[in-house]
Design a protein around this ligand. Structure first.
Ligand code: PMV
Length: 336
């Protein structure tokens, strides 16, 4: 019997992935770029045990058993990692042995806090460790097939998921741009507006958007390529002004696409919109950009802020918003 335990953190997209050009392989219509958070905070922890005597593959998510067979994505990830194990891994653990997988998230699942990204990254990485598969770009293509954004959580720091052009998806990989050491004072503050499961799962939301939103196609073709280049440059130069503006514009455009979907898909709520107004007023009052918001497929806000500006920002949030929102705030640093 062999066991491994790994931890993978959440990543928060600055340029969002929204829309697939291939459903099963999870090939996106545009590149995306994210920052991975530190392993001390929002993360998934997975233990996998392989044994010759196990009769079935089994999995528990947050203590509840889930069916691997009923999830095409889980099945696909297991199959793909085993394929790599046969090709490149050591045979200490035979890929034919059944596995028991126990995974826990230390934060709300499916509430728009990228739980599936951390979960699938952790699953694929743990399996790779179990079979002693060397780390490679190919591993990111496997995590991608669990949940698109999961491929970015295999790295720390700032990460780009390249959409790729091939039909088989072998060039749709994540690559690290810089480690978190490059910009060590970059912090993220998460304001948990609502920790319930999101109304429209991202898979459904994306399908509807690809089929009905004209803005989505304009963004993928005309907006994202240039935005990615500008953001990469801002990160290289540690230019918070450009970084923040691009991040907020991209969050706004992503939610505009959700609204341009027919019927519309609404992820942000009134409190989310109040946070947007607050950040713009706060930056105006400061005379330059001190905070930048981004919202994923849910109402919760992620605020990017430099370490030296955290206390002042927290103070202002506490004055404007009720204390329960602040109680749930987390300060997060990047993963190396
Ligand atoms: O990987 P998924 O299917 O959970 O989709 C993630 C979509 C967003 O979080 C909204 C954007 C992103 O790039 O992470």
């Amino acid at each position: 019997m062999f066991s491994v335990t790994c931890v993978a953190p959440v990543n928060i997209a600055l340029i969002k992935y929204w829309g697939k050009r291939h459903e099963d392989l999870i090939l996106p219509v545009n590149d995306s770029l994210s920052m991975t958070l530190s392993t001390n905070e929002l993360c998934a922890k997975t233990t996998i045990t392989a044994s010759k005597s196990f009769e079935h593959n089994r999995m528990w998510l947050n203590g509840e058993e889930v069916s691997i067979e009923e999830s095409s994505r889980l099945t696909r990830c297991l199959k793909e990692v085993r394929r790599l194990a046969l090709a490149t891994g050591s045979q200490k653990v035979s890929p034919s042995w059944k596995v028991h997988i126990a995974s826990v998230n230390n934060f709300p699942t499916a509430a728009g806090l990228a739980s599936s990204a951390a979960g699938y990254a952790c699953l694929v990485y743990s399996l790779a460790r179990l079979y002693e598969i060397p780390f490679s770009d190919e591993l990111t293509t496997v995590a991608r097939q669990g949940s698109g954004s999961a491929c970015r959580s295999l790295f720390g720091g700032f990460v780009q998921w390249h959409r790729g052009v091939l039909d088989n998806g072998t060039d749709s990989v994540a690559k690290q741009i810089v480690s978190s050491q490059h910009w060590p004072n970059m912090h993220v503050l998460i304001l948990v507006v609502n920790d319930q499961r999101k109304k429209t799962a991202s898979t459904r939301g994306m399908q509807n958007a690809v089929n009905t939103s004209t803005l989505l196609h304009h963004r993928a073709d005309k907006v994202v390529p240039e935005r990615i280049n500008q953001l990469r440059e801002a990160i290289q130069n540690r230019d918070f002004q450009t970084f923040g503006e691009i991040t907020m514009r991209d969050s706004n455009q992503f939610h505009a696409i959700a609204m341009d979907t027919y019927p519309p898909c609404v992820y942000m709520n009134d409190v989310s919109h109040e946070i947007v107004s607050f950040v713009h007023s706060y930056n105006n009052a400061m005379g330059s950009l001190h905070a930048a918001y981004t919202f994923d497929a849910g109402p919760n806000a992620c605020l990017y802020v430099l370490a030296e500006h955290v206390p002042q920002l927290v103070d202002a949030i506490q004055k404007v918003f009720p204390s329960d929102l602040m109680d749930s705030a987390e300060y997060l640093r990047g993963l190396p």
